[in-house]
Design a protein around this ligand. Structure first.
Ligand SMILES: [Zn+2]
Length: 249
């Protein structure tokens, strides 16, 4: 995306919106837990597993907390610099008879944005491309997709709703799918600053993990884009050993 859209880009956006409208018409996007657990990607009929390694979780957690909007905790905001954070996911993909496994080894946290607010972030595609080109020259490393944070005030935070992709996220993923060599992951790191540190066990579900780190509650959740059905579905299994170990005691 650039600052000024060409006629061609406007036409592409119009086509994407039409695609998205037909997607919504043909898919009931239910948010109850049982539906999430049943829906997995069927790229070749195989289950998709995602393993998030420690380094990747650390950079998603720290960068999301760093730019978490100060106004949500009653502090003065640093205008234009707080809100959502965006990054690329890098790692490897392994395939066996039943399963495709994404090993997310690390992330690149984007530092250049056209727009950044508490409700959206728009990275500069020119700068993103520089990172992808560097990554492509590293043997064995694949860009697996991207992540971004969903910061919310604690009073508005609901686990399943706030960790779900938005229509804008779908359009953005759909628009960028040709940039990947594998069906891209869309990982959401949803978080809220609570009034106090909660001493709670992490909640581990098939496609997401809820955990508590100091006064933050966060949800790590991953979707995958099915290039055949053009749907963005919860992965079958998401695991992150570090997120499952974090405790406030
Ligand atoms: Zn989003």
């Amino acid at each position: 995306m650039t600052d000024t859209l060409t006629k061609h880009q406007l036409r592409e956006i119009r086509e994407m919106l039409l695609e998205f409208r037909s997607y919504l018409d043909s898919n009931h996007v239910a948010l109850d837990e049982s539906v999430h657990q049943m829906r997995h990607i069927n790229e070749g009929g195989k289950i998709v597993r995602v393993n998030v390694h420690d380094g990747a979780l650390i950079s998603m957690l720290t960068s999301s907390v760093e730019v978490y909007p100060s106004q949500y905790v009653g502090d003065a905001p640093l205008l234009g610099q707080e809100g959502e954070v965006f990054g690329n996911l890098f790692g490897t993909v392994e395939e066996d008879d039943d399963c495709i496994t994404y090993e997310v080894l690390g992330t690149s946290v984007t530092q250049t944005y056209l727009i950044r607010t508490e409700e959206a972030c728009c990275p500069s595609s020119h700068h993103l491309m520089k990172i992808r080109q560097i990554a492509d020259s590293i043997p064995g490393l694949t860009c697996l997709g991207r992540f971004h944070s969903h910061p919310y005030p604690s009073s508005q935070f609901t686990t399943l709703w706030n960790s779900h992709w938005s229509p804008q996220d779908y359009i953005s993923t759909f628009a960028s799918v040709r940039e990947y060599r594998v069906p891209p992951l869309e990982m959401i790191f949803a978080l809220a600053a609570l009034q106090s540190e909660k001493k709670r066990q992490p909640v581990i579900k098939p496609s997401y993990i809820v955990s508590y780190c100091k006064n933050f509650k966060f949800v790590l959740r991953s979707f995958i884009f099915d290039v055949n059905k053009r749907t963005l579905d919860d992965v079958a299994v998401l695991r992150c050993q570090l997120a499952e170990k974090i405790r406030n005691w």
